[in-house]
Ligand binder design. Structure first.
Ligand code: ADP
Ligand code: MG
Length: 529
């Protein structure tokens, strides 16, 4: 294993040579188009619907990016433990409510509405205690002064964790280019042994199949209307459709499980509950007869913009109350809140859930602080005022572009305080502090002098874009099918836990944000060294 210090310059000079660069880009582009490594094309105007009959290739790197082998293996090894941790958190009602009720629920309307659905569904009592989650734990490499790289978790995604299919295809594309000789006579680091196989697509599909099969086993034959299907809840304006379609097609082809797709708005008129068990049915788009839904897989519902009206919220509640297995349940979505991530980093919390093994996961945590008036919150604030350059401030949001970095943090907090004063004066002093809806995180210092070659669609002349300073974020996928255990001593019943499969995204260092869909990162694959 080479050390970070002995890593060759990246990308190798040979692939920058214009003739080779053009040739390889054309091969890579056509591989992507041929295999569905694509997005829908951009809408004609901002905010409009993307054209439904046109695709462009996803943003990609032309060659894999070096990533430390030991840290890659660590991230993969820790994935089963992260599954257990989050399944424990999502089934621990007391913990979730104590973390969220007195903080983000007060100041964040979106979290409050999710929390209300959870409370209403809990009070009514569930008819489906089994839950599914398809998760992704995201990491950066942190270069602490005078030390080798360390693995640092950015966040744990519990809803709509995407790119399982596209990153599998991106790995396959790099393998194809390797076999075709695109990287010949370059750095010896580029070898098959250093390009790990990516199982993300099959892991995620197997997770969905686990839940469907579990549901079918639970049902009594006479109660079944028609062969049940999995429902994908999707955004109408989605451009990353083919990442979802790949899951759908693999479910049908490999597991004989049909999939239906609908938006929250559409479900408002075509979804209904039946019988004492509240079986979820959806009108078939072909025969208009009801189809029983086994699993509701959310690829929407993580952002306030997904709820365009109160009707959409009512539909989310209906889905949550149903007998279908939810992926994720509202509880698991709440468990993925950044506030929960911050509380898990407080002393003793991980250990409560995982015992000694908690230390393993703690070794991947960056420093985190609440933005409240607790001693820890005050410590964070003092450190922030001393050197804002070392921090990122995060709200309880998913999907990118929401974080506040470095010198922007203090002015943002000042503006929040001004709004608090105005609101409190109007409402007679409710004492709500907007900043309590945020967490503070130390910035991860990624390795320097790493470049990459990006391929983005829409270029008139083939050839890739040389980014000289880049950052790569590793995500590790996991699926878990679980239900609350029978007693306090056995609080969790893990029915199936799968891991394996990863996403590597690379972005230019100037960009603070990491979302591929948000247009910052490109899909990559690791070259282990
Ligand atoms: P989101 O839910 O919007 O994806 P993240 O917590 O993943 O929010 O942050 C978005 C991006 O911001 C990440 O992909 C990463 O590039 C960057 N980022 C987040 N936290 C840190 C951190 N502590 N240090 C450095 N970069 C970070
Ligand atoms: Mg993220």
């Amino acid at each position: 294993m080479a050390s970070a210090m002995s890593l060759p310059p990246w990308p190798p000079a040979e692939i920058l040579e214009p003739t080779r660069n053009k040739f390889v880009t054309v091969d890579a582009r056509d591989y992507a188009l041929r295999h569905g490594l694509v997005y829908r094309a951009l809408p004609a105007e901002e905010g409009g619907m993307p054209p439904q009959d046109t695709t462009i290739h996803a943003p990609l790197t032309l060659l894999p990016t070096p990533f430390p082998r030991d840290l890659f293996e660590k991230a993969m090894d820790f994935a089963p433990l992260y599954n257990t941790l989050y399944a424990r958190v999502a089934t621990d009602k007391d913990f979730l409510s104590s973390v969220l009720q007195n903080s983000v629920v007060h100041v964040d309307d979106f979290q409050r509405r999710l929390y209300e659905i959870w409370t209403v569904a809990e009070e009514e009592g569930t008819t489906q205690s089994t839950q599914l989650a398809l998760c992704r734990s995201d990491y950066l490499v942190h270069m602490a002064p005078q030390s080798t790289g360390k693995l640092r978790q950015v966040e744990f995604n519990t809803i709509s964790a995407s790119f399982g299919a596209l990153c599998t295809l991106a790995s396959q594309m790099h393998h194809f280019l390797f076999r075709k000789g695109a990287y010949d006579a370059m750095d010896p680091l580029i070898s098959k042994a250093n390009m790990p196989k990516n199982e993300a697509l099959s892991v995620l599909v197997s997770g969905l199949a686990d839940a469907h099969n579990c549901y079918v086993k639970q049902q009594r034959e006479e109660h079944r209307m028609i062969k049940p299907a999995i429902l994908f809840v999707v955004q109408p304006e989605e451009r990353n459709t083919f990442d979802q379609r790949a899951l759908e097609m693999e479910l049908l082809e490999e597991h004989a499980i049909p999939v239906l797709r609908a938006s929250l708005d559409e479900l408002g008129t075509i979804a209904s509950l039946h019988g004492v068990d509240r079986i979820l049915a959806m009108q078939s788009p072909i025969s208009f007869t009801p189809i029983e839904i086994s699993v509701v897989y959310f690829r929407a519902g993580y952002s306030p913009t997904d709820y365009k009206s109160d009707d959409a919220w009512a539909t989310r509640l209906l889905l949550e109350r149903s007998h279908a297995i939810k992926c994720p349940s509202i509880a698991m979505q709440l468990a993925g809140a950044k506030k929960v991530q911050q509380v898990l980093a407080e002393p003793g919390v991980l250990e409560h859930y995982l015992g000694k093994e908690g230390d393993l996961l703690r070794s991947t945590f960056a420093k985190l602080w609440p933005m409240d008036d607790s001693p820890l919150g005050k410590e964070g604030m003092a450190l922030l005022r001393e050197s804002p350059q070392g921090f990122v401030l995060k709200p309880q949001r998913e999907g990118g572009s929401n974080n506040i970095y470095k010198d922007d943090i203090i002015p943002a907090l000042d503006a929040m305080e001004a709004r608090d004063k105005e609101r409190n004066a109007k409402q007679g002093g409710s004492g709500i502090k907007e900043r309590e809806g945020y967490i503070l995180m130390s910035l991860i210092r990624t390795p320097e002098n790493r470049g990459s070659l990006f391929m983005r669609a829409g270029k008139q002349t083939p050839g890739s874009e040389h980014a000289t300073e880049t950052v790569s974020e590793l995500g590790v996928f996991g699926t878990m099918l679980y239900k609350p255990g029978p007693s306090k001593k056995a609080p969790l019943d893990m029915l199936s836990s799968r891991t394996g499969g990863y996403l590597l995204r690379t972005k230019a260092s100037e960009s603070n944000e990491g979302g591929v869909a948000a247009g910052f990162s490109v899909i990559d694959s690791p070259l282990l060294f």
